[in-house]
Design a binder for this molecule. Structure first.
Ligand code: RIB
Length: 313
């Protein structure tokens, strides 16, 4: 893609910004019009600014772009496509140079508009089928497989899964990893043990109550994110269960609260800071060279053992 006039001006303006202080007007000389400073701004759109997973990602992105002299604007789409589109429209009008986005869904048209306006874009965490953009994901299916395999190794056979919102790429991949682990142990999947959540603690609590009230309840629960897993711990205790003796729980993300939970949450660590740092690096490289081929990075996950899992009693 050839650099557009705007980009040539941008690059010129940027080098101009790095030039020594402009000469001050001499006495009697008409003051020069103050040139509008180029807004060196990067934006990040995430679906839930209350979830520490995204704020830790933002910290990594801010480290990199701040070092390069850019500001970071954090926007909350609340998982709403119309709200996400409104932010994207705002960015195309406000001179934002680069955008990192955890997309709510099928935002391909918006990506085309951003490319047309020469705004560098990187997708993080959630894919958009058919999108032409730099992107960074983690190996969700492998992470979920590790989580359930850990429970199988502790002797659990009735293992439940609380998923994230339906049709969300990371959650669907984690369900696939859960089912693959059961298959590897020749355990038939019981539909009653797969409950839908929405990544919020309250849905984890509700799902836990549903599962633990079954006539034959699970002895272990894999939750597709930590916030729901923390809801599970809270409800299990309210129902009088001893943790982890009566119920083992594994989460996904390894947010700070996972280590502060009681008991400490065994979980799958996602490289949250690295997501942000790599996104910042990709965006800055794209600004320097718009014609770069699109890159797709897959980051590893890691089982983080704490005290919320125990051998089957
Ligand atoms: O906790 C929020 C979830 O949404 C994380 O697991 C992350 O992968 C995102 O998809």
């Amino acid at each position: 893609m050839q650099a557009t006039t705007a980009q040539r001006e941008f690059v010129t303006t940027m080098s101009d910004l790095e030039s020594p202080m402009r000469p001050q007007p001499q006495a009697g000389e008409p003051a020069r019009p103050v040139q509008k400073a180029e807004t060196r701004m990067v934006a990040l759109i995430v679906p839930d600014t209350t979830n520490p997973f995204f704020t830790e990602m933002a910290q990594g992105l801010d480290e990199v772009v701040h070092e390069a002299g850019f500001g970071l604007l954090i926007c909350n789409s609340a998982g709403d496509a119309a709200r996400e589109q409104a932010y994207i429209d705002l960015m195309t009008r406000s001179g934002t140079q680069a955008l990192a986005i955890v997309p709510t869904g099928s935002s391909v048209p918006a990506l085309r508009l951003l490319h047309e306006r020469a705004i560098a874009v990187v997708l993080i965490d959630r894919d958009i089928p058919g999108a032409s953009a730099d992107s960074i994901f983690c190996d969700n299916e492998s992470g979920a497989f590790q989580a359930v395999n850990h429970l199988l190794a502790l002797g659990h056979r009735r293992i439940a899964c609380i998923s994230g919102p339906p049709l969300l790429h990371p959650s669907d991949s984690r369900i696939a990893g859960y089912l693959a682990a059961l298959r590897s142990a020749a355990i038939p999947a019981d539909p009653a043990l797969l409950v839908t959540g929405d990544f919020q603690p309250s849905s984890g609590s509700a799902a836990a109550r549903t599962l633990l009230e079954l006539s034959v309840p699970p002895t272990a629960i894999f939750s597709c994110n930590d916030l729901m897993a923390i809801g599970v711990l809270m409800t299990a205790r309210t129902m009088g269960l001893l943790l982890p003796q009566d119920l083992s729980v594994v989460g996904f993300d390894d947010i700070l609260m996972a280590s502060l939970a009681e008991p400490g949450l065994t979980t799958i660590e996602q490289p949250k800071l690295e997501y942000g740092r790599l996104a910042g690096k990709m965006l800055l490289e794209r600004l320097q060279n718009p014609a770069l081929p699109f890159r797709r990075a897959m980051l590893p996950t890691r089982l983080c053992m704490r005290s919320s899992t125990a051998p089957l009693a």
